[in-house]
Design a protein around this ligand. Structure first.
Ligand SMILES: [Fe+2]
Length: 315
């Protein structure tokens, strides 16, 4: 049985790779080479890339998920619509199977990528709490810099049938439902399901894929989300992106479901990229929750939800 263990990369298309490289660098990624018409961007973690940008009309192409074992790739290759096991022509190599997910999303199951040496990110800031002081003659001076991305944390995809998509993620990728959001006035109407990786007793992020119910005809990525060192990095990153003139979407705030300190920005081609820090970690035997999708259940604190937050692309 396939049990994905992590999210590895997202693939986008954009007409101008230099423009995306500049945005993603300001967002906190590091360029890790180009090959033909593809740009590879990495975080500080050990994956050789977390974003691939292919040259072409702006759009979303695929999500790469880490398989639990090489044998899972053989199993995946037998599923309807799957590619055979392929060698990945990209930094770190490895093997993949391209899976056909609901609404024709491409989800790559990957295994055996060569890890890249981790990059230096500043240490988490030591905080002097009200009742717990841990910093004496040690001045707080975080640099004004992009919010250095440590890793890709999750993606949110809009599906024509959100319930069917959550079922597919459970049955095909072995993911677990963490929390379900329903319409505030109708408990039967699912608005989305947060799905996490089944890592047994090893900690897993509250969600790795969120299956969001699409409005008719709006099948697209909603956002991709990247973990940074700490909440100060989220705030400094917010100021950095403002200083460069990018389009802010929503933040800084703290979510309720997942608890992340979040901040959402638009790429030059209108896709939402999220910074986050301090997200919840769970283990496999936690029962799913069920919440109405109210403003209080989206954020514990922060600005009002942006009116364009659910727009797939914003010019
Ligand atoms: Fe998110």
């Amino acid at each position: 049985m396939i049990k994905v263990q992590d999210i590895v990369y997202c693939v986008f298309r954009a007409p101008d790779l230099d423009k995306m490289a500049t945005f993603l660098t300001d967002f906190g990624m590091v360029e890790n080479g180009r090959s033909g018409d593809r740009l590879f961007m990495r975080g500080a973690g050990a994956y050789p890339y977390i974003n691939v940008i292919e040259k072409g009309e702006a759009g979303f192409v695929a999500v790469g998920m880490l398989a639990g074992s090489a044998a899972e790739l053989d199993e995946a290759a037998k599923l309807p619509g799957s590619s055979p096991v392929e060698t990945i022509d990209a930094p770190g190599g490895g093997k993949r199977v391209r899976l056909k997910a609901p609404d024709n999303y491409r989800i790559d199951l990957v295994h055996g990528m060569e890890p890249a040496p981790e990059l230096k990110v500043r240490d988490p800031l030591a905080i002097n709490f009200g009742w717990k002081k841990q910093r004496v003659v040690d001045l707080q001076r975080p640099a004004f810099e992009p919010a250095r991305i440590v890793r890709l944390g999750h993606c949110v995809l809009k599906f024509s049938d959100g319930d069917a998509a959550a079922k597919w993620l459970r049955e095909t990728l072995g993911m677990l439902p963490t929390d379900r959001l329903h319409a505030p006035d109708n408990k039967a109407a699912t608005l989305g399901t947060f799905m996490r990786c089944d890592r047994g007793q090893k900690p897993a992020d509250h969600h790795t894929i969120f299956a969001l119910q699409a409005m008719p005809g709006d099948i697209n990525v909603h956002h991709t989300s990247y973990e940074v060192q700490d909440p100060d990095a989220v705030h400094i990153g917010n100021q950095w992106l403002h200083s460069k003139g990018y389009v802010a979407e929503w933040g800084v705030g703290r979510h309720l479901l997942g608890s992340q300190v979040f901040d959402y920005w638009r790429s030059p081609y209108g896709h939402i990229f999220e910074h986050y820090a301090d997200g919840d970690l769970l283990i496999s035997d936690i029962k799913p929750g069920d919440y109405p999708a109210t403003q209080e259940n989206l954020a514990q604190w922060g600005p009002e939800l942006s009116p364009t937050f659910f727009d797939s692309v914003r010019a």
